[in-house]
Design a protein around this ligand. Sequence first.
Ligand code: ZN
Length: 658
Amino acid sequence: MTPAALNETRWTTGFWAQRYEACRTKMVPEMWKLIQGTERTHFLENFRVAAGLVEGRCRGAAWNDGETYKWLEAACSLLAVQPDASLRVHVDEAVDIIAKAQRADGYLYTKVLIGQRAGDAAAKPFSDRFAFEMYCMGHLMTAACRHHQTTGTDKLLTVARKAADFLIQQFANPTPEQAKNSVCPSHYMGFLDLWRETGDVRYRDAAQHFIEMRRLVTDGGDDNQDRIPFEQQTNAIGHAVRANYLYAGAADLFMETGDTNLWSPLEPIWRNLTEQKMYITGGCGALYDGASPYGSKNQSSITRTHQAFGHNYELPNTTAHNETCANIGNVLWNWRMFLATGEARFMDIAELALYNSVLSGMSLDGTNFFYTNPLRVTDPLPTELRWPRERVPFLGSFCCPPNLARTIASSAQFAYAKSSSRDASSRSPNGDGGVAATPTIWVSLYGASELETDVPGIGKVKLAQETEYPWNGRVHIKINEASSKEFALKLRIPGWAKSASLRINYRPADSSMKRGSYHEIRRAWRAGDFIDLDLQMDTELIEANPLVEETLGQVAVKRGPIVYCLESVDLPRGVKPLDVSLSPDTKLRARYDQRLLGGVALIEGTALVRTNSNWSGQLYRELQPSKPTPIKLRLIPYSAWANRGPSQMSVWLPFASP
Ligand SMILES: [Zn+2]
């Protein structure tokens, strides 16, 4: 499938339009002040120094070039939908500085360039695998493609091509040591973006070459997914951002080549993730720090890991790492798995992560950010953690905020894809799903939006989606323009929907709909045709596999794609979230409240409170039975927690008989 282009679709009202507006009016402009300034750290300033425009030194994290590119990508995505003269000026300024910093041979990484300018003999390209050069240049390629699509100018694309050509030349015959330069690999996706933008097949081949290069690594580790060749891997392992970027890159390449050597690891890794290692929020990376559970039994060769996937079913709540970038990586990966196969299970996961563990990374107004996304925050915490327990405007590792910005700025692309008969050779190795032979528009995400696109063989199609999703499951899609030629609309019936009904121009459709699949409606669509899809959206109590020790005896509340949590600001003074238990008698109802948290569907009902007396200085004690008292319960969407001042929060709540 081909995703809808950014200038073909837009959010109009409701949930996604709100997030998009926060991104457009707050996030991207506020982030520009940081990116172009020198107050907190250096982003563009490093490029100015590298270009010799100002005197100075390199400041900031080794990956800050990449964050500058991510901001540019976000800004260009916004400009693709809506002109904004002042934003365009900022984009032009940034591109100008970046172009000036590039070395004549194409190399572009400010930390090394500034070192060389200062006469530091040790400043050499690719001498430190943790310099994140590939990561930065990968984001340059992606941002440059978006810049080219939006502005029609090739200034940044030329910079990116020169950088890509440098990489191709530099790594034509890599040594095992050089092959280790693949930390946080955004460059596989970057090369493929360049291939699709320029049609230059060398960039597609480069993506293949750089993925295959991983085989050369002789002393790699699980943290970087290079202890064993990728083709032999079956588990989601190591640093969760690096892992998900690798899987997304491999899925992207699979989409272009159909190489089954790439699919053989992707399918078992996906199953390992979704059946054993992913949080209910779609979050990825259970551990702050740890050791790989795989590989050698020999203590001396056990691999250190950080921000990483742990053992199967090892999913702690309070110390969950779930870096926002890892959760975004989960979306990038699953979206590409969908685009390659047409299977709805992948968009189910992408949607789950988007609504919960991705959007939890930002405040509702788009100005404060989480690096980690735990499922429980208590006061006190059992142990002090590295990252702040409240969202903050700036993080020393400022990778997540611009990643959120680019994701939200382009989020309408996740909603629609199209395929034509020439795409009919399905990539799905499983035989199901697959790309239809009929020209098709795929509706993957529901949200009030418009699409105006050209479908090959059909011509122009305009449609509009009206819905209050995710707060209820009713979706109205109206065809506003079509050529009366036959094409298919494929609607995603989410895996969580126990039932779904469909009417076309008021008439009930007779075919049954299978949850967890795309339902096809094929007809000669005419302007004025409309469909009404009604997805059954129940409030459900969810339990985890009992092998997840950290959630034994607990339940979570989920409604449609939204995971809920209990926040202490919704409790009487002195009551903590974990004092509250749900029971088989608990009756929960959803109610939309437009005044709270920008407008959300709340879950209300009654629960039981057993106040837990002081545990100070005690690890164990004789059970102290306490009589529960009923309490009014109010649950909010997990992603919207921590927007009302300091609080405690839990997704999983004790489940006990009254
Ligand atoms: Zn991050």
